[in-house]
Design a binder for this molecule. Sequence first.
Ligand code: PLP
Ligand code: COI
Length: 354
Amino acid sequence: MEIKITRTTTPKAKPAKGQALGFGKIFTDHMFMMNYTEGKGWHDARVEPFHNIELSPACVVFHYGQEMFEGLKAYRGVDGKVRLFRPEMNARRTNASNKRLCIPELPEEMFVEAVRAVVDVDADWIPTDDGTSLYIRPFIIGTDEFLGVAPSKTYLFCIILSPSGAYYADGLKPVGIWIEDDYVRAVRGGMGFAKTGGNYACSLAAQVKAHDDGYSQVLWLDGVERKYIEEVGAMNIFFKIGGKVVTPMLNGSILPGITRDSVLTLCRAWGLEVEERKISVDELIEAQKNGTLEEVFGTGTAAVISPVGKLRYVDEVMTIGDGSIGPLSQKLYDTVTGIQWGKVEDNMGWTQTV
Ligand code: PLP
Ligand code: COI
């Protein structure tokens, strides 16, 4: 793919070393853009100075939400090299989302090439403080100027970059999670497995409720029986129960997380017993009461491995562990981030350098 590169003539000041970055608040000097037109395919791949996008107010994306997004990171290793973590998995998931949303396929190698190109141009923006990275946000929007409900015939694929720190303000400190008993996120046959704005828009009301009560995020239950654990707002969820690592199976209504897949692979390689299955909220309450609920943690690109210290469900508040990160969560965090920052040998072939 030919990518036209136009560099900014007015570069912005980069965050200073030691500056608190937060998550997704600062944007780099450049962005990737590419258009799709029916009959012509994807065209005009380019890296341009970061800028606002001008669109018709009648665009499909504004009214019917035909869009998808991805999330991955670039890491500046301890050896100075820039690494991406399993970007081909994001490329594959892009097309799973696209298929569900009637967005045309984006060849996987085009996705990875586009990510590499824009990261390369803004490589100096990758922060180097402990725990920081360059968050990469690819997204596709339907751009037809038309108010009828139909798949767009034109699209825009963009990638923006944000030097970021920990997703949760408290870093590795265990977070409190609210198990939502009223609203639901997705049902089988819906679009829960796709990474699309609608899934996040519908999560906001519960998230506001959880925040008001002092919890960081929402843990969703299945949309039919409201009984089985699904996933958290921005991460998949794992439990260590009686020595076994247990996580909800992929059922079409949860996001197939790339960190989830990596954690399952590592746990299996370490000889741990792993189960992907249905987990009811009653089972969790029972395990917490009988002392077999050893650890709870979330997994995600932004969240990495996030220990959960407290789970709330209606009138039950389950406290997990002693308020510090559990040994398995810590080992997974050290291994995953170690591979990402080039501190631990990548036996799995998960990283590629830019
Ligand atoms: N589940 C949801 C709803 C998410 O938004 C995310 C974040 O991307 C995840 C799970 C974790 O997925 P991944 O590990 O691929 O980042
Ligand atoms: C990610 O982890 O990449 C995500 O997309 C989470 C996001 C919703 C903040």
